[in-house]
Design a binder for this molecule. Structure first.
Ligand SMILES: [Zn+2]
Length: 285
């Protein structure tokens, strides 16, 4: 079966979900209310939650209700690996710690994987899209041939104001935790950000190619600090409306459709070149 035909139902499903989300999508992002407490005052354990978590008001009903935690890579896909530290392991360790912290704060969460197993991009996106009012946080670590490169950065879909807002808030929390230098936020149309119907961010927590950072992220203490910073960012973002305008969903569908078209084009080109490779050229005889 041709790739385009295989992927067409997925695209149509996304288009359908775009249409379904329109009534809600009229809601624009609102700036954090003045009552939102500063990051450092947000509790990170259930014990302190009642005293410091802002109460939900009527304007906050569209806030996400589930966090989909997506530890990058897994199984045969190790991600980047340096100094015997593998990205798939550090991402999973941070994700499991983040899940515990979210549970302690009564924020429902779902993990795309809980063990060292390979999960396809399709599966990750499908899990997120089963929770349309969710926030997807994809956890990754970086690698570079420049061993001095360091720091964390957060990514969002280029036309998603909600993604940009959450990326900003998470990056701010990472910055305030002083774990690694702040490399800021970037618009990047990664597939996981494009194909997730709800709000999605991808966090590169630091560089495993940097010896000091690799040692830090391989340690339970370093993993816990990253998880706590992510929790603070998520809790800061939660009371804020994060439904994107309809243009965002349309833009996601357009980017995805363009990629399917490119894949189909590449597939056709490869079929033509393989046929010409096996068919004897009469001119050579
Ligand atoms: Zn990665």
């Amino acid at each position: 079966m041709k790739p385009f035909r295989t992927l067409l139902p997925v695209f149509l499903a996304i288009l359908a979900s775009c249409k379904e989300s329109k009534p809600e999508a009229k809601q624009q992002i609102e700036a954090p209310t003045p009552s939102t407490p500063p990051l450092e005052k947000l509790a990170i354990s259930g014990r302190h939650r009642a005293a410091s978590t802002p109460a939900l008001g009527p304007s906050q009903t569209n806030a996400f209700n589930t966090v989909v935690i997506d530890p990058g890579h897994g199984g045969n896909d190790e991600g980047t690996a340096w100094y015997h530290v593998k990205e798939k392991d550090t991402a999973l360790a941070v994700a499991l710690r983040l899940a515990k912290l979210l549970e302690a704060n009564h924020i429902p969460c779902v993990l795309t994987r809980t063990t060292d197993t390979y999960i396809s991009l399709d599966e990750r996106v499908n899990i997120a899209n089963r929770h349309p009012r969710s926030l997807l946080v994809s956890i990754h670590f970086n690698g570079s041939s420049d061993s001095s490169a360091s720091g964390s950065s957060s990514y969002y879909f280029s036309k998603s104001p909600s993604g940009k807002f959450v990326a900003q808030v998470i990056q701010e929390a990472l910055d305030k935790s002083h774990i690694t230098p702040n490399r800021g936020i970037n618009a990047q149309d990664y597939a996981v950000l494009v194909r997730t119907v709800g709000c999605a961010v991808l966090v590169e927590c630091g560089f495993l190619s940097n010896k000091a950072e690799a040692a830090q992220f391989a340690s339970p203490e370093g993993q816990q600090r990253i998880a706590e910073a992510l929790l603070l960012g998520i809790m800061r973002a939660k009371p804020v409306i994060i439904i994107d305008p309809p243009e965002t969903e349309i833009a996601k569908c357009e980017v995805y459709a363009k990629r399917l078209e490119e894949k189909e084009h590449q597939h056709r080109a490869s079929v033509v070149s393989s046929k010409s490779a096996v068919t004897p050229n009469p001119l050579q005889k």
